[in-house]
Design a protein around this ligand. Structure first.
Ligand code: PMP
Length: 390
């Protein structure tokens, strides 16, 4: 008999289960209205376009689409991705199996044990988990409604940082968008300190208002590795995404990818490109933006109505994406109110999960992507009642 838990590598002790998944399990019970998951709305998936595209591929290039292929990815898909970014060549695109794999591979190639990663506080827990596996430490950087605060990043860089992780558009969890002056300030800081930036941009296409801002990789392809994905614009189940940077930056990543899974599904790459080229992607993005935009409006109106009177509470007003961040008064504990909320039939993700040190408990994340307008109205009223009583 092998005592597996004692036999396991020490790094596995850092692989904690996701707090969000634990909450999601509870929300599957009965009548709980869930603002917890970050799932794209399944009713909007372009199922018909995908079915037609897959029939075209199977009838025209069936065998090729089902064969092994190169680690870097389908050359045509890489060219399509490169065409979206100034300064990125097709050779500077690595196709990956979800941007989550991209985060893992960047961690594997650029982080040694003990290295420090600068991350916003709060930030995406999936990134914390991915980097943690490489036995790193985190340095928290302040974030406000204009995104990561350059002065706070500058302080972090003074104390020694190996990688800067940024979600510039419609951040998960805060919904914040990094302003243009801050984009310039952050790439300037990265250049001055010789520290690369990992730009994680899964939500950038989901803009409901305002003009698009340049990607960090467009401003500074020499210091940025950009991660983009089809998960929020097409479907997450394809597990199809990309890293875009200089070929030099991606060279070790390609070798690590080869060791991890040889390559991303050939069929899925061809399928996504066929859907994108067929013109369905732009229409799909417009549809998703209209849907999420109207849900955001309903949720903000409900928060303004229900929570405005509850002392010390405030919330963000995202211009796109899927998330609103609510902060309570200092010392408010959204972890302990989460269970009462589920009892009352509404779920959110307690803010604690989004901090590397898990010390702050006054925030929480709401997602408006899957709830119906009625559920949003009822759910926010229930939440306000819980907070008023707490
Ligand atoms: N980064 C962020 C900020 C995310 O919110 C997500 C999805 N929740 C991911 C990466 C992973 O996305 P993918 O489906 O491309 O792996």
């Amino acid at each position: 008999m092998i005592a597996w838990s004692q036999h396991a590598a020490s790094r596995t002790s850092r692989l904690r289960p996701s707090a969000i998944r634990e909450i999601l399990k509870l929300t599957q019970r009965g009548e709980v209205i869930s603002f917890a998951g970050g799932l794209p709305a399944p009713d909007l998936f372009p199922v018909a376009a995908i079915r037609e595209a897959s029939e075209r591929i199977l009838s025209k290039r069936g065998a090729v689409s089902l064969q092994y292929s190169t680690t870097e990815g389908d050359p045509e898909l890489r060219a399509w991705v490169a065409s979206r970014y100034a300064g990125v060549r097709p050779e500077g695109v690595q196709i990956v199996s979800g941007s989550q794999q991209g985060l893992d591979l960047v961690g594997k190639c650029y982080l040694d044990p003990g290295d420090v990663v600068a991350v916003a506080a709060p930030t995406y827990p999936g990134a914390l988990r991915a980097f943690e596996a490489y036995e790193v430490r985190f340095r928290a950087v302040e974030i406000d409604e204009d995104g990561m605060v350059p002065e706070s990043l500058a302080e972090a860089l003074e104390s020694g940082v190996k990688l800067i992780y940024v979600i510039p558009d419609f951040d998960n969890p805060t919904g914040a968008t990094l302003s243009l002056p801050r984009r310039h300030a952050i790439v300037d800081l990265a250049r001055a300190h010789g520290v690369p930036i990992l730009e994680d941009s899964p939500y950038s296409d989901l803009r409901f208002e305002g003009d698009p801002l340049p990607y960090l990789v467009d401003l500074a392809p020499d210091v940025v590795i950009h991660a983009g994905t089809f998960s929020k614009t097409m479907v997450p189940g394809f597990r199809l995404a990309w890293l875009a940077a200089t070929p030099e930056a991606l060279a070790p990543v390609t070798r690590a990818k080869q060791a991890a899974d040889l390559h991303t599904s050939t069929f899925t790459q061809m399928l996504a490109l066929e859907v994108a080229r067929g013109g369905s992607l732009d229409g799909q993005i417009a549809k998703v933006c209209e849907h999420y935009g109207s849900r955001r409006d309903i949720m903000l109106a409900a928060l303004d109505r229900e929570l405005a009177g509850v002392s010390g509470f405030r919330w963000t007003r995202p211009h796109g994406g899927m998330f609103i961040w609510v902060s309570g008064p200092d010392e408010f504990d959204t972890t302990s109110t989460a269970h009462a909320a589920i009892e009352a039939g509404v779920a959110y993700v307690p803010g604690e999960a989004f901090y590397a040190d898990r010390r702050r408990t006054d925030g929480l994340r709401l997602s408006y992507s899957v709830a119906s307008p009625e559920q949003i109205e009822v759910g926010i009223a229930r939440l306000a009642a819980i907070f008023r009583a707490a």
